[in-house]
Design a protein around this ligand. Structure first.
Ligand SMILES: [Zn+2]
Length: 106
């Protein structure tokens, strides 16, 4: 089973996209974006980079390509849902994995 990404790793995730586009002379991810870490050969959702022909954007961070907030998301048309859920920062109030109530109060 895949270990959940640490909060640090989530902030550090880079970007892989189905294609590369260009806007104002800048190379930007286009199409669908996935999260990816340097040194790994697959995306956060488990796609093999070599087989899926994704274009890697090692200089960009995952947050940069979110259509609602990112600065490099102009050509992004879709965000991989599985990567998005793997890389979503943990909500402060959420009962995350690893927290279990072992002895409920009477
Ligand atoms: Zn993905």
């Amino acid at each position: 089973m895949r270990r959940p990404a640490s909060e640090h790793a989530k902030r550090d995730a880079s970007v892989a996209a189905t294609r590369a586009g260009e806007l104002d002379g800048e190379r930007l991810p286009a199409g669908e974006v996935h999260g990816w870490w340097h040194g790994q050969n697959e995306t956060a959702c488990g796609l093999a980079l070599s087989k899926s022909q994704l274009v890697r954007f090692g200089a960009l961070r995952w947050r940069d390509v979110q259509p609602d907030s990112g600065g490099a998301a102009d050509l992004v048309t879709a965000v991989c849902e599985r990567c998005a859920s793997a890389l979503r920062p943990r909500a402060v109030h959420a009962d995350g994995p690893g927290w279990t109530r072992t002895s409920p109060r009477p």
